[in-house]
Design a protein around this ligand. Structure first.
Ligand SMILES: Cc1cc2nc3c(=O)[nH]c(=O)nc-3n(C[C@H](O)[C@H](O)[C@H](O)COP(=O)(O)OP(=O)(O)OC[C@H]3O[C@@H](n4cnc5c(N)ncnc54)[C@H](O)[C@@H]3O)c2cc1C
Ligand SMILES: *[C@@H]1O[C@H](CO)[C@@H](O)[C@H](O)[C@H]1NC(C)=O
Ligand SMILES: *[C@@H]1O[C@H](CO)[C@@H](O)[C@H](O)[C@H]1NC(C)=O
Ligand SMILES: *[C@@H]1O[C@H](CO)[C@@H](O)[C@H](O)[C@H]1NC(C)=O
Ligand SMILES: *[C@@H]1O[C@H](CO)[C@@H](O)[C@H](O)[C@H]1NC(C)=O
Ligand SMILES: *[C@@H]1O[C@H](CO)[C@@H](O)[C@H](O)[C@H]1NC(C)=O
Ligand SMILES: *[C@@H]1O[C@H](CO)[C@@H](O)[C@H](O)[C@H]1NC(C)=O
Ligand SMILES: *[C@@H]1O[C@H](CO)[C@@H](O)[C@H](O)[C@H]1NC(C)=O
Ligand SMILES: *[C@@H]1O[C@H](CO)[C@@H](O)[C@H](O)[C@H]1NC(C)=O
Length: 650
């Protein structure tokens, strides 16, 4: 195994075309002999004609029903994956009367678990809780009993490719619903599912720096990263290896799961492109249970689809080779102001319920605009100015909060890579001067020196607390042409403003432009939603929902927020949305999330996964199945996965 790795490295160093690489954990693969000894894990053949529709059960197997595997079969699966099968109960079971009751544990979960990042290392939990169905909530005095709800029945704590292959084969052969979870950051319940077997890729933490990797027209540094590596861990690896890699801004987001599969943005996105644009090779277990290296020379359809074509659709990614760049500095220029702020604000959400970045507005003490009209003009001016920051390879990152009683705050920052202090000052000064002199907003341009720039790599820490919350995001990728025209921009900004001012939602805006030119080779030719290539602002409306609301209330909230998003859509016909920070209830999700690529992706899905082993809400082909939700909660995951009645399976 080690010899194999070394020889691959030698080939790479010799400058020959590289065809991916395997980590040692990927060399432990399922053999035909393993599969023969336990027929439930035999491989699939995607070239065999699929069985006639009438021969396919309408629903996935369900615990307790006849088709559910026996305890003995689960035991045999466990043996075949070296004991990695878990059958966890939700952690909050400690709060409920019963065998697992433990008041100390329950108190700790309520007060300390987010700060310690406990939930990220917990096999069931996802950071958005509503899809689970509120059947086991964290509460000192819960009613009823704790049940699993939308959480999986079994979890494979994967540390070897062999285990993933066996799990995929078992699910396919036994008609079990399969889900994949990495960090559980997904906002739409795509990493959970009732009655499922879950493949948990969080512990695939391998890393290797590749000084020279050559494929096609790329020849340069690269990093080989296990699917479970989180952004903060990747930053530490960059620092150790003196390189820069495009990584998620959120420190605990995984790099090989949903981030890569949908697009993936980060602070270097205007300079080097999206996360998906960085991939040079992807190792993956496909629906037939086979383990493949997919790259520009191997399995070209899958290579195209895995970069942007959606998570949990074509396979389980085990590792990725990403482009790496020389070390780079980053200069940060913050800019924040508010209006009508009355200290102390009573409306600041409590930290226990607001843990996502941006759900807690900053404290008082910002520069203040004289009145709301001036405030909004200042915000508009600042967003409009982001096209200059983008042109310099930078990014704007911001939130607008509605604090009630006509009080608002705006927190914004600019991050510009590889710029001298004098160039950064020259770049930002006109904006600050307009705000100060034309609008009388007393903002201050920081005195930048060449020491203000910090190294992009390094200082990797798991920051922020991470508690499951119920924020629902609506996303729109605003095209850059809106910046070129005063009338179009004013209309766009009026629609953004309405969501905050009338709707009362938080607006989250990130400005960057991962154009095709920036994506380069091989990034430009991928399944990434084409809307990304024209965008200058990824805007989202955040609806921070109370826990445990009824299905009817959820539908009403959904309709309400949709009215504001519709205004955005009307102004941006043909554009799209970022699925990772959008909502599974998005109307017209096929176009919004995939644009013109949907049809081609569906063809590839049918070819590579004719069994629909992989399923998650709003993924390609997902319309052929639906969750028969026990609580009727829209887009909830607490129910059995079935093909809709009266419709043929796709
Ligand atoms: C606090 C926070 C910060 C964020 N910051 C950013 C950011 O800076 N940039 C950005 O682009 N996005 C950001 N996001 C959104 C993030 O990209 C998505 O939530 C993304 O889906 C997370 O992927 P994951 O694999 O870590 O999460 P998961 O919830 O575990 O998985 C997400 C989806 O990917 C699938 N999946 C997971 N692992 C695999 C695998 N190995 N193979 C195939 N499919 C897999 C899952 O089935 C699911 O459908 C943030 C989200 C949060 C909550
Ligand atoms: C799987 O096997 C391991 C090791 O024998 C054991 O610890 C674990 O409890 C088993 N899992 C299940 C779900 O029984
Ligand atoms: C409850 O949990 C705490 C902390 O994990 C542990 O020390 C204690 O023994 C548990 N109590 C019971 C009754 O199991
Ligand atoms: C999963 O496996 C890893 C690696 O073996 C181990 O450190 C971790 O404790 C396991 N997690 C659970 C919840 O069993
Ligand atoms: C890091 O890389 C840069 C440029 O690639 C080089 O100038 C520098 O000497 C390297 N530093 C270390 C510590 O290797
Ligand atoms: C708005 O102002 C009124 C009257 O001053 C006050 O009672 C109320 O609490 C304020 N609301 C918010 C959300 O701050
Ligand atoms: C950084 O800027 C300098 C000066 O403009 C330029 O020569 C260099 O190529 C840039 N480096 C990167 C990584 O963009
Ligand atoms: C910036 O420097 C100038 C001159 O040195 C000084 O007067 C000013 O107060 C400084 N501003 C800030 C924000 O530090
Ligand atoms: C756009 O709005 C600004 C105020 O924010 C206003 O000064 C300007 O005249 C408007 N332009 C057009 C073309 O409507």
């Amino acid at each position: 195994m080690h010899r194999l790795l070394t020889s691959v490295l030698v080939v790479v160093l010799a400058g020959r075309e590289a065809a991916g690489k395997n980590f040692p954990f990927e060399s432990v693969q399922l053999s035909q002999a393993d599969a023969r000894s336990f027929p439930a894990i035999h491989f699939g053949n995607r070239h065999e004609p699929p069985p006639h529709n009438s021969a396919i059960p309408r629903c996935r197997a369900w615990p307790g029903s006849n088709d559910w595997p026996s305890d003995d079969e689960w035991k045999r699966l466990n043996v075949s994956i070296d004991g990695a099968l878990l059958r966890p109960m939700p952690a909050a079971a400690a709060c409920y009367q019963g065998d697992l009751y433990n008041e100390t544990t329950c108190q700790w979960l309520l007060s300390q678990s987010g700060r310690t990042h406990f939930w990220l290392d917990e096999p069931l939990t996802t950071l958005t809780q509503w899809p689970q169905g509120s059947t086991c909530t964290l509460n000192l005095n819960p009613q009823g009993t704790c049940t699993r709800g939308g959480f999986p029945e079994y979890v494979v704590n994967a540390t070897r490719v062999k285990q993933i292959q066996a799990a995929v084969n078992f699910a396919r052969n036994k008609n079990i619903r399969l889900v994949i979870k990495n960090t559980g950051h997904d906002f739409g319940g795509r990493s959970m599912g009732a009655g499922s077997l879950s493949i948990w890729t969080h512990n695939l933490k391998s890393f290797e720096f590749i000084p020279r990797y050559t494929v096609g027209s790329y020849s340069g540094m690269a990093v080989h990263v296990g699917a479970g590596v989180e952004s903060w861990e990747l930053f530490n690896h960059m620092a150790r290896n003196n390189c820069s890699v495009v990584a998620p801004g959120g420190s605990t987001v995984g790099v090989g799961g949903g981030w890569l599969a949908v697009a993936g943005h980060g602070v270097l996105t205007s300079k080097y492109g999206l996360g998906a644009d960085q991939a040079l090779a992807i190792n993956v277990v496909t629906a037939d249970g086979k383990f493949l290296t997919v790259d520009p020379n191997n399995q070209q359809e899958l290579w195209w689809a895995l970069r942007g074509g959606g998570p949990s659709t074509f396979g389980v990614v085990t590792s990725v080779i990403f482009k790496a760049y020389p070390p780079i500095t980053m200069t940060s220029v913050p800019l924040s102001f508010d209006v009508n702020r009355r200290p102390p604000s009573s409306t600041v959400p409590s930290p226990a319920t607001s843990t996502l970045p941006g759900t807690v507005p900053p404290t008082n003490g910002l520069a203040t605009a004289s009145d709301t009209a001036t405030f909004w003009r200042g915000v508009s001016l600042t967003y409009r100015y982001c096209n200059k920051v983008i042109a310099a390879g930078g990014m704007c990152y911001s939130y607008i909060y509605s604090l009630g009683n006509d009080s608002f705050s705006f927190t914004h920052s600019h991050s510009i890579p590889n710029i001298t202090a004098s160039a950064a000052t020259a770049l930002m000064k006109p904006l600050f001067t307009s705000l100060q002199e034309d609008l009388n907003i007393p903002v201050t341009l920081p005195n930048l020196t060449d020491r203000s720039a910090s190294l992009y790599a390094g200082n990797g820490r798991r920051t922020g607390s991470a508690n499951p919350v119920n924020t629902r995001y609506r996303s729109r990728l605003f095209p850059s042409h809106l910046w070129d025209d005063d009338t179009a921009w004013n209309a766009t900004f009026a629609a953004i403003r309405a969501g905050v001012e009338e709707g009362g939602y938080t607006f989250h805006g990130i400005a960057y432009s991962p154009t095709e030119a920036i994506a380069g080779w091989p990034g430009a030719d991928s399944a990434v939603n084409p809307a990304w290539r024209a965008t200058a602002l990824h805007g989202s409306l955040m609806d921070v929902q109370p826990e445990g609301i009824s299905a009817a209330e959820a539908r009403a909230r959904d309709a309400r927020v949709h009215a504001y998003v519709q205004r955005w859509k009307d102004l941006t016909p043909g554009a799209g949305a970022y699925m990772n920070e959008g909502d599974p209830a998005e109307i017209g999700w096929k176009w919004s999330f995939y644009g013109k690529h949907y049809a081609r992706l569906l063809e590839i899905k049918r070819k590579w996964d004719p069994w629909a082993v992989f399923w998650a809400q709003t993924t390609v082909g997902s319309e052929a199945w639906e969750v028969v939700s026990l609580d009727d909660y829209p887009a909830g995951q607490n129910g059995r996965l079935c093909r809709p009645r009266g419709r043929r399976a796709e």
